[in-house]
Design a protein around this ligand. Structure first.
Ligand SMILES: Cc1cc2nc3c(=O)[nH]c(=O)nc-3n(C[C@H](O)[C@H](O)[C@H](O)COP(=O)(O)OP(=O)(O)OC[C@H]3O[C@@H](n4cnc5c(N)ncnc54)[C@H](O)[C@@H]3O)c2cc1C
Length: 400
């Protein structure tokens, strides 16, 4: 039996960040990642926001800065030209490995190619007491006061214990990271409408002048199409704006799932915390969750280590749930309402919808697309905007 204070399932941004703060607080921490290396399989397209990355202390060399935002619909096209770099495309593998260095330096033990296959708990009240893990050193039992489920979309521990169900609404995305002859490295592009994705969108996210992620996301259960089929078609036909890129040569293939139905109701139990995608903390508007995974991973590690003195009872973990819910629950609910509207739009409606975005200031647009809605600003927009269709969109955000 291996003994730890805190055992973490999953070496994505949430788990690695929890390991970092828990280690820093002096807890004895272990993290298990089933893949062969941290960041081995990229399952994300890595768009984020520079202010948030700065606040989290992420070094500038781990992302490509973006200042312009382009939207393409079947018969319309807009570009919002920014005055400074506010968004970014992350070098995902390097970022996750950077987070793993922070965790290791803070004292956490990290086991790679180690799949958690079961959870130890009392039959009586399901109090979690550890994990069973297939590691490169063989199968081990790990005893811990607290388990942090940072297993991503699968919510492996939460589901195993019957605390949370499978996600019913979710996004699935396929993406190639490509060499291209000519990329505008300061502009990311979202493509909407049926030819790109009947219930979702396609994207072009640049990492440098010659490197770009091109992908397609599909909303389930609205569509049954496999996004890789659409992605291949878009590239073969060189649909706009791919016709501007010259040679497109895929060098990596990424595929992933993301919850898209809002947050889990409960994310703390006796001896257990759910964090990151496992807890449904991503922003459903543009399927974006890395910054929340890092921020709330760190919070989970901090509250989790403080809870050890109380045997990590549910009560002692509540501070984690209260804080993250206060910060993002209502924003995620608003984003979901906008997203439900977007999933149902026809091509003509999309042509009109993207025009609304050009009527926003740069700040309003960033607030909107990153779901950092300031209710005050959105009420102003909902009341004052000259176009009815825009007022309807902003009203969705402020509706309770
Ligand atoms: C197509 C797509 C595009 C996206 N685009 C963006 C974007 O542009 N910007 C953004 O911010 N977010 C984006 N996201 C969302 C983002 O990737 C997630 O919100 C984020 O990765 C969540 O982090 P996490 O640590 O909770 O989970 P994950 O990153 O999924 O990490 C979970 C880890 O747990 C491991 N694991 C799972 N089960 C076990 C087990 N039993 N034992 C051991 N290890 C296990 C997995 O191998 C994985 O490494 C996208 C997601 C998808 C699917």
């Amino acid at each position: 039996m291996f003994n730890y204070d805190i055992a973490i399932v999953g070496g994505g941004p949430a788990g690695l960040s929890a390991a970092y703060t828990a280690g820093k607080a002096g807890a004895k921490v272990v993290l298990f990642e089933r893949d062969k290396s941290i960041g081995q399989y990229v399952r994300t397209s890595g768009v984020s926001w520079i202010t948030e990355m700065n606040n989290l202390g992420i070094p500038e060399n781990l992302y490509n800065p973006i200042k312009n935002y382009r939207f393409i619909s079947p018969n319309n096209e807009i570009i919002i030209k920014g005055s400074k770099y506010r968004s970014c495309v992350l070098d995902v593998r390097s970022l996750y490995q950077y987070l793993s260095f922070l965790a290791a330096k803070a004292g956490a033990d990290i086991y790679i190619k180690s799949e958690v296959i079961d959870v130890l708990h009392s039959e009586h009240n399901k109090r979690v007491s550890g994990l069973i893990v297939n590691t490169l050193k063989g199968k081990i039992d790990v005893s811990s006061t607290l388990v942090i489920d940072a297993s991503g979309f699968n919510s492996f521990i939460g589901r195993k214990l019957g605390y949370v169900p499978n996600w019913k609404r979710y996004g699935v995305g396929a993406e190639y990271e490509c060499y291209c002859d000519e990329v505008d490295s300061e502009t990311w592009t979202l493509m909407v409408g049926c030819q790109y994705s009947p219930a979702g969108y396609a994207w072009l996210f640049p990492l440098s002048k010659n490197r770009v992620r091109i992908g397609v996301g599909i909303g389930k259960p609205e569509s049954n199409i496999d996004p890789i089929n659409l992605l291949n078609k878009i590239i073969e036909k060189k649909l706009k704006p791919l016709d501007e890129l010259g040679k497109i040569q895929p060098i990596e293939y990424h595929y992933g799932y993301i919850p898209n139905q809002g947050t889990r109701d409960s994310t703390v139990f006796e001896g257990l915390i759910l964090v990151g995608d496992s807890a449904g903390q991503s922003n459903p508007l543009v399927l974006e969750g890395i910054r929340h995974a890092i921020e709330f991973g760190r919070l989970a590690g901090k509250v989790g280590s403080a809870s050890l003195a109380s045997n990590s009872s549910k009560n002692s973990l509540m501070a984690y749930e209260t804080q993250w819910k206060n910060q993002i629950s209502s924003k995620i609910a608003s984003a979901l309402r906008v997203q439900s509207r977007w999933i149902g739009l026809t091509d003509d409606e999309w042509d009109r919808e993207i025009s609304i975005l050009t009527d926003m200031t740069e700040e309003e647009f960033i607030d909107f697309i990153s779901s950092e809605f300031s209710t005050k600003k959105m009420i102003k927009l909902a009341i004052n905007h000259p176009k009815l269709v825009a007022r309807q969109l902003f009203n969705l955000i402020i509706k309770k």
